[in-house]
Design a binder for this molecule. Structure first.
Ligand code: ZN
Length: 501
């Protein structure tokens, strides 16, 4: 779809009435408005070195940030940045922003650096190259006004660093998430994290090196997205998809077998060495990630413990002691622990018939025994056709009522995303985490990112006028030159097509 058509679509979704800007406000049956947007797509004005952008923001670092990023994005055609009072008022939200574009220039007003960033991303997505020249000599923007604020304060994307995923793809995914205004990215290493303390814990030649993590954390900090590390501390201990029966540790270094249950899917929870190793890995990764405020402990899809030592202790007691110990350790590092929810709901419990639940009566007791400050990440994927539309998620309410902060986590159930974000806001939940797993490619990548961003922001316009263009912008920022690092698929034709067999 071309840009002009997209701009036309943007105008078609202009929001309506003015409402008070209280976070997660309920409005007596009327949907709250998170964005007001008007655009005259017939009238474009210069957005180049002749343009002055006036910024009103209490954070003095915001103007410097804006100036340096305009320079990065637009080079010699960068607009001038000045500070001063603004004719527009941002919504009363820490990330809220307002902007106007007309013949007299551009006004941006934001409460924080974060709001300033989101404003600049919206303008960047809408700006196109000036017409009629051989090479770009500046940009143009349609005349517009916008007021914008997110529906949910915690908006994360969950990314899997598989051996098959190019590190450039990971960086594009992180940068694109920021451009679409997610503010957190949870990174699950899948055997690709280069631990110095426990080098046996990864596949040979891991691409998620400590230097690369430091670099990506710094990139994320600059562009407004915080990276959160994850370690699977209970099930999924193989760091590999179960359907492959690969094991990142035991297939290469079998001497670490005592740390795992027979088969290797779970960690052995009765072995004190397991707790020691996991704490050392958590500390190392937390430090490497720049000591973020959260740490994800995984804990999904575990199997019952089977080794002769583990079965001596009631499962509920063993698992609770293990997760609580790690959660307390995460807190001692100054971070908040997160876990997936599914082991806390028992199979066979009629209440969860239509919802993801992988536990048993023993593990379900964790909902009563785990510390209440552990953030429960409730992944609900509308199993079946992924097309189900529902308005409420009783599992999320269950965890909320138990006293936990709860995050709603969709995947490819695109229709459910907006209602899920609204439900999380309605019950006073913690946030929203879009999971992507092994589907971060092609149309699914586009739909996961776009739908989740729309859901978490509660509005449509400013979150990727065109996915194609947004993805290209992040590739340009990375100065990609390799064919494989362009588009949302690596190949146009499967390479095997050209092999004669
Ligand atoms: Zn065991």
């Amino acid at each position: 779809m071309d840009t002009i058509k997209m701009l036309g679509m943007a105008v078609a979704v202009v929001a309506g009435a003015t409402l008070p800007f209280a976070a997660n406000a309920e409005t007596g049956g009327k949907a709250p408005v998170f964005q007001k947007y008007t655009c005259d797509e017939k009238t474009y004005v210069p957005f180049d070195a002749t343009t002055t952008v006036t910024l009103a923001c209490p954070d003095p670092s915001a103007a410097k940030w804006l100036e340096s990023h305009f320079k990065e994005w637009y080079g010699d055609a960068a607009p001038k940045v000045t500070t001063g009072p603004s004719s527009v008022v941002p919504p009363e939200d820490v990330e809220g922003y307002a902007a106007t574009v007309d013949e007299t220039g551009v006004n941006i007003s934001a409460n924080t650096l974060a709001g300033t960033r989101w404003a600049s991303y919206t303008l960047r997505q809408l700006a196109i190259a000036k017409r009629g020249t051989f090479k770009t000599e500046g940009y143009i923007l349609p005349k517009l006004t916008i007021e914008d604020r997110p529906h949910l304060a915690f908006r994360a994307i969950h990314l899997c660093w598989f051996p098959e995923v190019r590190p450039q793809q990971m960086e594009r995914a992180i940068r694109l998430a920021a451009l679409l205004k997610f503010n957190y990215a949870i990174i699950e290493p899948w055997g690709m994290y280069e631990s110095k303390k426990h080098p046996w814990w990864h596949w040979p030649n891991p691409t998620m090196t400590q230097a690369e993590v430091r670099r990506l954390v710094a990139v994320g900090k600059d562009i407004g997205i915080t990276l959160i590390p994850q370690i699977n501390c209970y099930g999924h201990a193989s760091s590999s998809r179960g359907c492959t029966i690969k094991h990142a540790m035991l297939d290469i270094t079998p001497e670490y077998e005592p740390l795992f249950e027979p088969g290797g899917w779970n960690w052995c929870l009765s072995n004190p060495e397991t707790q020691r190793v996991l704490r050392e890995l958590i500390a190392e990764m937390h430090e490497n990630f720049g000591k973020p405020s959260y740490f994800h402990l995984g804990c999904d899809e575990a199997q019952p413990q089977t080794c002769p030592e583990c079965v001596k202790t009631p499962n509920s007691e063993l698992v609770c002691r293990h997760i609580t110990g790690l959660a307390e350790f995460v807190k001692s590092l100054g971070a908040r622990p997160m876990i997936w929810h599914d082991m806390l709901l028992a199979r066979g419990d009629p209440r969860w018939k239509d919802f993801v639940h992988c536990g048993n009566k023993e593990t379900a007791t964790l909902a009563d025994t785990l510390p209440k400050d552990v953030i429960i990440c409730d992944w609900q994927y509308s199993y079946g056709d992924m097309k189900e539309v529902r308005k409420d998620w009783p599992t999320m309410k269950y965890f909320k009522d138990k006293g936990f902060p709860v995050a709603g986590c969709p995947w490819r159930n695109y229709n459910a995303m907006k209602p899920m974000a609204e439900y999380i806001a309605k019950i006073g939940g913690f946030g929203f985490i879009e999971t992507t797993w092994h589907h971060l490619r092609g149309k699914e990548w586009e739909k996961m990112y776009q739908s989740a961003s729309h859901a978490a922001w509660g509005s449509l316009v400013s979150h990727g006028v065109s996915f194609q263009r947004s993805l290209r912008l992040v590739g340009n920022d990375m100065k990609v030159t390799d064919y494989l690092d362009t588009g949302f698929l690596n190949y146009q034709v499967p390479p095997a097509w050209w092999v004669d067999n």
